[in-house]
Design a protein around this ligand. Structure first.
Ligand code: ARG
Length: 575
């Protein structure tokens, strides 16, 4: 299928080669949407400089080579090419797209194996809003890559191991297994952790017990491991409640927590040391990847074994990257993790390269997630200064969504179902619609708004189309009349839709779901203008026009619904 911008790029490149020689066959023709035509190509200006000719002359030569072109080209100003596509071409492409089950979205050939590390909450603490964004962005990337035919391996790198588990297990024994399980399943992980911590800090005998428990856990004592499982299973059941509420695709099979790498850590260190990549420095085993220096200009260490012999976060990530490359056979590894860990990942990637564990054929990328801020511009917290509980926040989104639709006469079950979908769309879309690395202000009022670039507005756009089809008495799938783009609003909408397939590939390649949001928002805006200017099922519209417009509506609906689905935003037939 055919993104006009790509088609034009190819055509202009061919023209460049014919006019100026084959060495110009892959020059970038600099084609951009234009307000004076459909597109503008600016290549003549840059090329003219190199060829020492006038830009207008160069532009004319390109135009002369574009005679078989499905549109008109005008040279304007100093040498811009204003390109307007023929309606017939746009129509035939739109018809092809309507008949294509994939809507012009390509498939990666050959498919890539893409490991996506996302969500990764810590079991010793409660899952908080910071994990919301990595969960939502990561899940959207997983959906897109799967849709493109790649093999996606989700890795939920849970924080489920380390010294805090000594005190957590002792606290679990103090309050009893069933009470602990109940508390953890209910999402009271923070309270659980705080109670354990308070005893650890204030009670010497508890501290001694907790420390002893760390050793028995690390030595693999069966009873201690059983208790660890009791703790983890209850915690994961809570995480799963959050995932289910959000409609996130992670399952227990995707859990690859820090504990999984525990048996590999010693070997990881030994191998790095034997290869000379890691050296002992001040008693600790460190890698000094080239190019990293601290404030004092001294080389910065990535510590993989502390001087007390303990392993840390970096050790686990070194084991994990080797496993992902070697065992999972990743072509690409995406780490969807907070911005604040940027240096950590740069160093892990560099150290892995140095050790020969990360070949050039595997790309490791940190998809940096910007911090969630409160309206005061600081880290998002409750008024009392604690971090906000994820479940409370999701529930509030649903409650606000319920208010939004309460007077629409739905029965109770439907009301509840719609409120849930609208609430989740609000939260998820808000996370996805700004670039993932920018900080973002959590603002309920803005995210549940029915206007603007919001989840509820996108859902509303699709429900409007569904309501047209209900009015017409046919299913969208049956709207197969040839698309005709006579009115300017129809033409603009049709032309825009043609870019969908290429955009999805780009969004996945660059890990930028916000660009898909922008595309869908633009779709909804063009749809809105189309409604105003082109009645579909009003009385007086002749049957032929009505069927042609229904077909355009059907194509728009499929683009919106497919796009929202790739973002993981629930769609609705009515609101
Ligand atoms: N559990 C970590 C945190 O909450 C995130 C883990 C990210 N993944 C990784 N491979 N380090 O900060």
């Amino acid at each position: 299928m055919t993104d006009p911008q790509i088609v034009l790029t190819e055509r202009v490149q061919q023209a460049l080669a014919r006019a100026f020689g084959p060495e110009h066959a892959d020059a970038d023709p600099l084609i951009r949407p234009s307000q004076f035509a459909d597109f503008q190509a600016n290549v003549a200006m840059s090329l003219a400089k190199r060829l020492r000719r006038s830009p207008r002359e160069v532009a004319e030569s390109i135009t002369a080579e574009l005679s078989d072109f499905p549109g008109t080209i005008e040279v304007s100003g100093p040498g811009f090419l204003n390109i307007t596509l023929d309606n017939a071409w746009i129509e035939s492409e739109a018809r092809r797209m309507l008949a294509d089950p994939r809507l012009g979205v390509g498939t990666s050939t050959p498919p890539q194996t893409i490991v996506i590390d996302y969500s990764a909450p810590n079991a010793a603490k409660e899952m908080h809003v910071g994990h919301l964004r990595t969960t939502i962005v990561g899940d959207s990337l997983a959906r897109m890559h799967e849709h493109l035919g790649n093999k996606v391996i989700r890795q939920n790198h849970l924080g489920d191991w380390g010294t805090p588990f000594g005190m957590l297990i002792e606290h679990l024994l103090d309050i009893g297994e069933s009470a602990a399980v109940e508390q953890l399943e209910a999402g009271q992980g923070t309270e659980f952790y705080q109670a354990a911590r308070a005893k650890f800090d204030g009670d010497e005998t508890f501290k001694t017990r907790a420390r002893a428990r760390v050793s028995t856990l690390q030595s693999g004592d069966p009873e201690t491991l059983r208790l660890w499982h009791v703790f983890m299973d209850a915690t994961v059941r809570f995480f799963n409640k959050v995932y289910a509420m959000l409609g996130v695709t992670l399952t227990d099979a995707d859990i690859a927590g820090e504990s999984m790498y525990n048996p590999m850590l010693q070997q990881t260190c030994d191998d790095l040391e034997a290869a000379g990549t890691a050296v002992i420095s001040e008693g600790a085993l460190c890698v000094f990847p080239p190019g990293f220096t601290g404030s004092d200009d001294k080389p910065l260490p990535l510590i993989i074994r502390k001087s007390d012999g303990g392993y840390g976060y970096a050790t686990t990530d070194m084991a994990a990257i080797r496993y992902r490359v070697h065992d999972l056979k990743a072509d690409r590894i995406l780490y969807v993790v907070g911005n604040e860990q940027a240096l950590h990942f740069q160093m892990v990637f560099a150290a892995a390269k140095q050790a020969g564990w990360l070949p050039d054929t595997t790309a490791a990328e940190h998809v940096r997630i910007g911090m969630m801020l409160g309206k005061d511009g600081r880290r998002f917290k409750t008024r009392s200064g604690e971090s906000v509980k994820l479940m409370d926040l999701l529930q509030e989104a649903v409650d606000r969504a319920a208010k939004l639709i309460e007077d629409r006469g739905h029965d109770e079950a439907t009301q509840r179902e719609i409120a849930h979908a609208v609430g989740m769309a609000a939260v998820k879309y808000a996370d996805l619609s700004v670039s993932h690395d920018s900080e973002y202000v959590f603002d309920f009022d803005r995210m549940v708004a029915m206007t603007g670039n919001t989840g509820p507005y996108m859902q509303y756009a699709t429900t409007r189309i569904h309501s047209i089809f209900r009015g017409a008495g046919i299913a969208p799938a049956d709207a197969t009349a040839p698309i005709v783009l006579a009115a300017p609003a129809e033409r603009a909408l049709g032309l825009h839709l043609l870019g969908f397939g290429e955009l999805v590939s780009q969004v996945a390649a660059d890990s930028e779901p916000h660009r898909l949001c922008a595309f869908l928002f633009q779709t909804a805006s063009l749809l809105s203008t189309f409604y105003e200017e082109c009645p579909v099922i009003k009385e007086g519209v002749d049957p032929e026009t009505r069927n042609q417009r229904l077909a355009l509506c059907a194509l728009t609906l499929r683009v919106l619904e497919t796009g929202l689905d790739l973002l993981g935003v629930p769609v609705l037939e009515r609101m």
